[in-house]
Design a protein around this ligand. Structure first.
Ligand code: URA
Length: 241
């Protein structure tokens, strides 16, 4: 049994807040009877309608995509450019969990499971995301220390991170740095390097929690296994506080 507003939002009716409004506006019937209280509990065996149209739980879908560069990370684009959704073969209304920039490639999760998406993107959740950045310049150890211990962006220090030099190209004055962060602030990786005076020339997300891009080529996707979905849920619960 679960609360009516949660059930409706899981059916894809609207956000949980909006569903509360819909309930209070007497638009929802459970087994033919208008229910306008938020605490009402329902289950899959109930016949539930919104504006007299039946709503049912959708099958949950979970995908991992190796996002190419130059692809928009949203459900729709007003200029009709290719979005990450175009890479997934489904009729379900899926959306990306978090964002990768237009010019960032790498590991992206997509789902129609709002609950998991909320858990994974909530600031209290400390899921590790690993990026490989190609930067302009030769990075020094002081800056690696700075990346790991926090850099003030928009007045707020970034949380502890892990940074590792993967390769230095002395001839062309470029560095390749692996940066593992637990937050998901806007353009965080680019801004962290930017604050230290480095321009990010290429950025790829290689890991999301325990997930990697293994066996995926650019533009390819696959469904997550039940085991992977359970592990994401369990880790999300464990790591939140
Ligand atoms: N940080 C960035 O700067 N860009 C991304 O796409 C992801 C993390």
């Amino acid at each position: 049994m679960e609360r009516l507003q949660k059930y409706l939002s899981e059916c894809g009716v609207a956000s949980r807040r909006k569903c509360e409004e819909i309930i209070l506006n007497k638009k929802v019937k459970v087994n033919g009877k208008i229910i306008d209280e938020l605490g009402h509990k329902v289950s899959d065996s109930d016949y539930i309608t919104v504006n007299d149209i039946e709503v049912k739980k959708k099958e949950k879908e979970y995908y991992i995509l190796y996002k190419p560069e130059k692809v928009i990370c949203s459900v729709k684009d007003e200029k009709n450019r290719t979005t990450v959704i175009d890479y997934i073969n489904t009729n379900e209304k899926i959306f990306p969990i978090g964002r990768l920039d237009y010019d960032t490639s790498g590991l992206l999760l997509l789902t129609n499971d709002g609950e998991l998406a909320n858990m994974l993107t909530h600031p209290s959740h400390k899921v590790e995301k690993k990026y490989l950045a190609k930067i302009d310049g030769i990075i020094n150890l002081k800056d690696i220390y700075m990346l790991e211990n926090g850099i003030v962006l928009d007045g707020i220090k970034t949380k502890k991170a892990k940074a590792k030099i993967q390769k230095i190209d002395k001839k062309n004055k470029k560095s390749f740095v692996e940066l593992t962060i637990t937050e998901g602030r806007n353009h965080q990786v680019k801004n962290m390097f930017g604050a230290l005076g480095y321009k990010v020339l290429k950025l790829k997300r290689t890991n999301y929690d325990f997930l990697t891009l293994k066996n995926l080529s650019i533009g390819q996707s696959r469904k997550l296994t039940i085991k992977e979905i359970k592990k994401l849920y369990n880790n999300a619960k464990e790591k939140s506080f």
